[in-house]
Design a protein around this ligand. Structure first.
Ligand SMILES: Cc1cc2nc3c(=O)[nH]c(=O)nc-3n(C[C@H](O)[C@H](O)[C@H](O)COP(=O)(O)OP(=O)(O)OC[C@H]3O[C@@H](n4cnc5c(N)ncnc54)[C@H](O)[C@@H]3O)c2cc1C
Length: 384
């Protein structure tokens, strides 16, 4: 390894750019190279599901171009460049035939969209949205159309449903669960969000899945497993994300649900770190912004010579369904206790109370959403 090889960060999403910013807060001089498969625009991904609510086109959601980021951060940046392998012993990255030496390597390469294989020839109308480039293509296809069907009733499906209603589109949501966000919200809070979305005109088709997607005129005809038909112009597939682990695994790094790292964000290979949607940090896979920001702050210090462990506080998640504002702080997977629920209309306060009477998690909707800060203080941090 060459002594003057750069720190290389793969990925220019919120993880990659947050880390580069944290490095530059402390050190203006060390060589940092960023490599990304996309166009390197800086944008806040959570804004993608608020375009109509905020009245913004895809390009207005971009905060800076790749050139702007090079200038702001004093980095070298390679866009439209896909890493194809890592030689962990030689400290080399593979970009096709090219070899590139790193001093430290940071994997901030995000998560893959889960794509369903559904019979039919209407797939050119199906969009998955996980970055600004996807969103640009979706908005372009939406021009002059009226109807959107969303496969998936998770956080992203619900946020797009609310946003598209705010843009006056007809919206159908299709999902196998019996309510929305089943893994994230307790049933009463989930039902409150679903009622709020129904009140603004979202049509739900639950406990069913799309079995065929066929072209019909300018749009598509979806055949559901319960025998119903949904006609639409555009389909959003929002059925989940999975941390990108394939390349890490092929390079010999330990992976589980994500790329395994300890609290210092160290992978199983020397001088290689991971954060953000691709990483499983000390057993936690949290595909949200707050955890990656905490990781970026800790990792910048480590890369600059002061080994630092990340400490996760409480991590509330705001769900951007303005028809029924919602905040959730899920209890730990192994927590013992029960949900205690208060509901008035679409306002729900659900507290997950442990066996000793302590609050271990919460979900608040509607008028109770304003209690999020006070409740966040009651819930113990993830890392005590
Ligand atoms: C619509 C939507 C709304 C959301 N809303 C919220 C919210 O309200 N609150 C919240 O906390 N979280 C939210 N999230 C989740 C949050 O946005 C993500 O957790 C976060 O943006 C992930 O950032 P990342 O940098 O880890 O990954 P990404 O943003 O996916 O970045 C990955 C980067 O790696 C690059 N890359 C991938 N593979 C390679 C390769 N082989 N070679 C080179 N480059 C590669 C990509 O081009 C990209 O630049 C939302 C997500 C979505 C999709």
């Amino acid at each position: 390894m060459s002594a003057d090889a750069p720190i290389v960060i793969i990925g220019t999403g919120l993880s990659g750019y947050s880390l580069a910013r944290e490095i530059r807060k402390q050190d203006k001089d060390s060589a940092v190279m960023m490599i990304t498969a996309d166009d390197g625009f800086s944008y806040s991904k959570p804004m993608l599901s608020t375009g109509f609510t905020k009245g913004k086109e895809a390009d207005e959601l971009a905060q800076a171009s790749s050139g702007g980021m090079v200038e702001q951060l004093g980095i070298e940046l390679r866009t439209h460049t896909t890493i194809t392998g890592i030689d962990v012993d030689a400290h080399e990255l593979h970009i096709g035939e090219e070899r590139l030496v790193y001093s430290s390597l940071v994997l901030a390469w995000g998560a893959d969209l889960i794509r369903l294989t559904i019979p039919g020839e209407g797939h050119e109308h199906v969009f998955s949205i996980n970055d600004l480039m996807d969103y640009r293509a979706f908005r372009k296809a939406l021009a002059g159309r009226k109807r959107v069907a969303i496969m998936g009733a998770g956080l992203i499906g619900c946020e797009f449903a609310n946003d598209l209603r705010n843009g006056d589109y007809e919206v159908d949501v299709i999902a196998p669960s019996d309510t929305v966000m089943p893994g994230l919200l307790p049933p009463e809070a989930a039902n409150a969000v679903m009622d709020g979305l129904t009140e603004i005109g979202v049509n739900f088709h639950l406990e069913t899945v799309v079995e065929r997607i066929e072209k019909r005129g300018e749009g598509v005809r979806l055949t559901l497993s319960d025998g119903n038909i949904v006609n639409s112009d555009i389909v959003i597939s929002a059925v989940g994300l999975r941390p990108r682990t394939d390349l890490a695994k092929a390079s010999g790094l330990k992976v589980n649900r994500g790329i395994e790292v300890n609290r210092a964000l160290e992978t199983s290979a020397k001088d290689i770190y991971a954060l953000g949607d691709c990483a499983e940090v000390d057993g936690h896979v949290l595909l949200y912004v707050l955890p990656l920001m905490a990781c970026a702050r800790a990792l910048a210090k480590t890369l600059l010579g002061e080994r630092t462990e990340v400490s996760y506080g409480t991590m509330p998640v705001m769900i951007k369904t303005p028809c029924c504002p919602t905040v959730v702080c899920p209890p730990p997977n192994d927590a013992k206790g029960e949900w205690k629920v208060e509901r008035t209309g679409n306002s729900v306060k659900a507290l997950f109370v442990g066996e000793g009477g302590e609050t271990l998690g919460f979900a608040v909707t509607g008028d109770f959403a304003i209690e999020k800060q006070a409740l966040s203080k009651e819930v113990p941090p993830i890392h005590r």
